[in-house]
Design a protein around this ligand. Structure first.
Ligand SMILES: C[S@@+](CC[C@H](N)C(=O)[O-])C[C@H]1O[C@@H](n2cnc3c(N)ncnc32)[C@H](O)[C@@H]1O
Length: 329
C-alpha cells in the first residue's frame, strides 16, 4: 500500500482553456508525466513511479497549483476527510467558466515554506477531488492560486489586477526606495498600483495616461526626488528610451507592452544595461497562442545571460493568453 505522501496521480489547476498548453509544457519539460483524467481547469497526470511532495517542485508555468491527488469523493465532507490531519484546507471550484479559489472571509495568513496544505476541488455536482501540497517560495498562498483581490474602481485598466495578483503570488516586496520603469504603461493601472504602494514610477508609452496617475506626474525625470512618490511619463516607444531618460536609481524593470516575448526580452536586456541597479524584472508576456509556453527554456536562457538567477514563469488567475515572467538577481 502507498504511503499518504506517495500517490499514483497528481493534479494541476489551470485557467480553463489552457489545458492543452499545460500538457504541452509538461511534455516539453520531459517529466515523464502522462495525461490521465481531465476536466475544464483540472488536469491529472500519472507516471511510472509514485509521485511525492518533491514531484510538486516541478516549475510548471501553466499550473496555478499542483497537488498530489488523494482521489475523488461524492461529497465535500468526504473530500475533506480524505485530507486527514492538515493544518490548512483550501477550497476551489470550477464555476462561471473559471477555476476559482474559495474566499469566504479575509485573506488567510501567508503559509510558511514547508507548511502542508490540503485542497478540495469541486468540479461539479457530486465530484470533489482532494489534493495535498507543500508551500514553497514563489508559490501562491491562496486557494487555487487565486488571490480573490478585487480591482479598485479608480484603476483605468485591468493591468492593476495583474500587478497586485503577481505581487501576492510571488510575495514581492516593493519599497519607497525602489524606482520602477514600466514599458507599455498606458493608461496606467500598474502605475496606479505602484504609486498606491508608495513606489515611484517611470512609465514608457507613446499613448496617453489616465488623469488618476497624471495627478502624481513630474514633467522632468530630475524632479523625481528620492523619498517622494512620483510618476514620470516618458512618452515614446521603449526602443527610443535612453540612459538619460532613466536617470539614477532604477531598481525594477516591468513590461506590459503588447509585443512578442522576444521584443520584451530584448528591451529588458537593453534597460538592464542602461540601469545596472535593476534587481528584478516582472513582465507580462502576451502570447498569440498559449502553446508558446513550450519556448520557455529559450526565454530563461536569455534572462540568465542578463545575470538573473531566480526565474519564474507563471500563469495568474487574471490572465487570458498571458504569462507573468519574473526574474530576480
Ligand atoms: C495592455 S496595454 C498596457 C496597460 C498598462 N500597463 C496599464 O497598466 O494600464 C499595452 C500598451 O503597450 C504599449 N506599447 C506597445 N508597444 C510599445 C512599445 N514598443 N513601447 C512602449 N509601449 C508600447 C501600447 O501603447 C499600450 O498602451
Amino acid at each position: 500500500m502507498m504511503k499518504r505522501s506517495e500517490t499514483e496521480f497528481l493534479f494541476a489547476l489551470t485557467n480553463p482553456g489552457t489545458e492543452k498548453a499545460l500538457k504541452l509544457e509538461v511534455e516539453t519539460m520531459g517529466l515523464g508525466w502522462r495525461l490521465s483524467y481531465q476536466r475544464r481547469g483540472f488536469v491529472t497526470f500519472k507516471a511510472d513511479t509514485p509521485f511525492t511532495l518533491d514531484s510538486l517542485d516541478a516549475e510548471v508555468a501553466c499550473a496555478r497549483r499542483l497537488c498530489l491527488s488523494l482521489g475523488k469523493s461524492a461529497t465535500r465532507e468526504e473530500a475533506v476527510a480524505r485530507l486527514g490531519e492538515v493544518p490548512v484546507v483550501h477550497h476551489a471550484r470550477f464555476h462561471d467558466r473559471k477555476m476559482q479559489g474559495g474566499h469566504d472571509g479575509p485573506a488567510p495568513a501567508r503559509p510558511k515554506p514547508g507548511d502542508l496544505i490540503g485542497t478540495v476541488v469541486e468540479l461539479g455536482e457530486g465530484e470533489f477531488w482532494s489534493g495535498l501540497h507543500r508551500h514553497a517560495p514563489f508559490l501562491s498562498p491562496d486557494p487555487a492560486g487565486d488571490s480573490g483581490i478585487v480591482m479598485t474602481e479608480r484603476s483605468p485598466s485591468r493591468a492593476w489586477l495583474k500587478l497586485e495578483e503577481g505581487a501576492r503570488f510571488f510575495d514581492l516586496d516593493f519599497t519607497a526606495k525602489d524606482v520602477v520603469v514600466e514599458v507599455g504603461c498606458a493608461p496606467g493601472g500598474v502605475v496606479l498600483a505602484l504609486l498606491d504602494r508608495g513606489v515611484p514610477v517611470i512609465g514608457v508609452d507613446p499613448a496617453k495616461m489616465a488623469d488618476v496617475v497624471m495627478a502624481s506626474a513630474v514633467a522632468n525625470r530630475e524632479e523625481g526626488l528620492p523619498g517622494r512618490t512620483w510618476f514620470h511619463h516618458c512618452r515614446k516607444p521603449a526602443a527610443l528610451v535612453s540612459k538619460r531618460d532613466l536617470g539614477q536609481g532604477v531598481t525594477w524593470f516591468m513590461s506590459d507592452m503588447n509585443q512578442s516575448p522576444e521584443v520584451v526580452l530584448k528591451e529588458c536586456a537593453r534597460f538592464c544595461k542602461m540601469a545596472p541597479g535593476i534587481r528584478g524584472a516582472l513582465m507580462t508576456l502576451k502570447l498569440t497562442d498559449p502553446a508558446q509556453v513550450a519556448e520557455k527554456a529559450g526565454w530563461f536562457a536569455t534572462l540568465r545571460e542578463m545575470g538573473f538567477r531566480k526565474i519564474r514563469l507563471q500563469q495568474l488567475a487574471v490572465h487570458h493568453k498571458e504569462l507573468a515572467l519574473l526574474a530576480m538577481r
